[in-house]
Design a protein around this ligand. Structure first.
Ligand code: UD1
Length: 435
């Protein structure tokens, strides 16, 4: 009887939107190993199975408790085996720092396969190191798997667009969340056999944790559980809007940020607007002297102050929330206004109206079948979209394969791929030269 073999998979996370995408994959690996351990005794002769040694690397791109540690706790992610502590910096400095530190880890760990997720600087930095590494003189390197491949905004001024394109063209396995991804990759000449339509691991997390998130106390803490407010939504909660803004193109330029805030005043007059602000945005509000648009800046997660938020034209600024609190707030919001990529998808899955404060989206499915509209960044565009979405009853449709099983599909492909390769020996393949 052939005993099970062990493959080493190294997964990289770095910034907030990575954590909910990687968590279900790490869980699927754990489950796979448990099942394997249970079934080894009854394995038929000649049957071969792959045990997985999982190594988790945190680049440290996001490092605050609120931007990182809290997500590990909320999503039951194991403690990283390696923390690179790369921190913030310009794009070049941050990417280079991650690359330098990651190379040592790769040489030391020599994984058979590397998983990178999403489109942040950590994603590209680690894929690039792996693509150029040589474990030995024959050029052995790990298989590179990119989760959330193929998304395109066709806006090269977005740093994430550069990260997406380059990572996809470095990857050997491309896991796609929506049909547009398949089309985009085909158009760029990526061979079909590398591309796997598996659905969305971020939605795996959402479906897995939705029930737990409903037990969050955040609505009560913010006084939004309907006890002390006027208009209620259908579920007895207060009617409120949830806002996130952090994209450099929106908040780093004074005029643009000002337009957006002016566009939101009407919404803030009709219902409370809660804004868990990213550290980047908090810094810009202070720098631009925009405090007049906000109220309740003193709230902190640890604080005991109780809230009574009323619509008064001002936005209620709070610190960034953890995964479960934010999911709870999204689920019960009348409308979500955002410039985030992932939140467009999460609101689609929840059937909650979303206004995206951008000129484009790399996630067109959220508009085609989902609950999302693009508002642009002009004050009038935002006013109109918020009006339309606040009164919207469209629940949208759950996109294909957003069913909570995406990580499982990814692992099946990975195991097939590892089974078909000689471990630790991934030669440069001819087709890689075609892209
Ligand atoms: C990054 C991602 C973006 C993602 C966002 C989610 C890239 C290019 N961008 O943008 O795609 O939507 O994360 O949050 O990778 N900061 C802190 N504490 C932290 C992390 C950051 O104060 O824990 C500050 C930094 O000092 C810096 C700013 O936030 O001033 C930006 O951080 P950075 O990681 O460079 O990019 P994000 O804007 O967070």
């Amino acid at each position: 009887m052939e005993l099970s073999r062990t493959a080493k998979i190294l997964t990289v996370v770095g910034a907030r939107p990575n954590f909910m995408k990687a968590a279900p994959i790490l869980e699927a690996i754990r489950y796979h190993n448990d099942c394997l351990a249970a079934s080894t005794k009854s394995m038929s002769p000649g049957h071969s199975q792959i045990a997985i040694e999982s190594v988790l690397v945190h680049t440290g791109q996001h490092y605050d408790e609120a931007m990182s540690d809290r997500f590990f706790a909320d999503l039951n992610i194991p403690k990283p085996n390696v923390h690179l502590g790369a921190g913030s910096g310009s794009h070049a400095a941050q990417t280079a720092e991650i690359m330098k530190r990651f190379e040592d880890v790769l040489v030391r760990e020599r994984p058979d396969l590397l998983i990178v997720v999403g489109d942040v600087n950590s994603t590209l930095a680690c894929a690039l190191v792996a693509a150029k590494i040589s474990y030995d003189i024959s050029g052995t390197r790990p298989i590179i798997a990119h989760v959330e491949a193929g998304l395109r905004s066709f806006d090269r001024s977005m740093p994430e667009e550069t990260n997406r394109i380059l990572t996809d063209h470095l990857a050997d396995l491309l896991f796609v969340t929506e049909e547009s991804g398949i089309k985009n990759l085909r158009q760029e000449g990526v061979p079909d056999h590398k591309v796997h339509f598996v659905g969305n691991t971020m939605i795996d997390s959402l479906l897995a944790f939705r029930h737990k998130a409903d037990h969050s106390q955040i609505l009560h803490t913010l006084g939004l559980d309907g006890s002390n407010l006027g208009p209620k939504s259908g579920n007895g909660m207060a009617r409120y809007a949830l806002l996130t803004l952090h994209r450099p193109s929106n908040v780093d330029q004074r005029e643009c940020f000002l337009n957006i805030l002016e566009g939101l005043e009407e919404l803030a007059n009709s219902c409370p607007v809660i804004f868990p602000a990213h550290p980047r945005t908090q810094k810009k509000i202070a720098e631009f002297g925009f405090e007049r648009f906000f109220s309740h800046q003193s709230w902190r997660r640890e604080g005991t102050e109780s809230f009574s938020i009323r619509a008064n034209g001002r936005i209620c600024l709070v610190d960034p929330l953890g995964y479960l609190d934010f999911l709870c707030m999204m689920s019960h919001a009348a409308v979500v206004v955002t410039d985030s990529g992932g939140i467009q998808e999460e609101t689609t899955a929840l059937g909650v109206p979303c206004v995206t404060v951008r000129e484009n989206t790399e996630r067109p499915i959220t508009i085609e079948v989902g609950t999302n509209v693009l508002a642009g960044t002009s004050a009038e565009g935002i006013r109109q979209a918020a009006r339309q979405q606040l009164d919207s009853h469209t629940k949208g449709v759950m996109p294909e394969a957003w069913d909570g099983k995406s990580a499982q599909r990814i692992l099946e492909v990975i195991c097939r791929e590892l089974g078909s390769q000689q471990f630790g020996s991934i030669p440069e393949r001819a087709d890689r030269l075609m892209v």
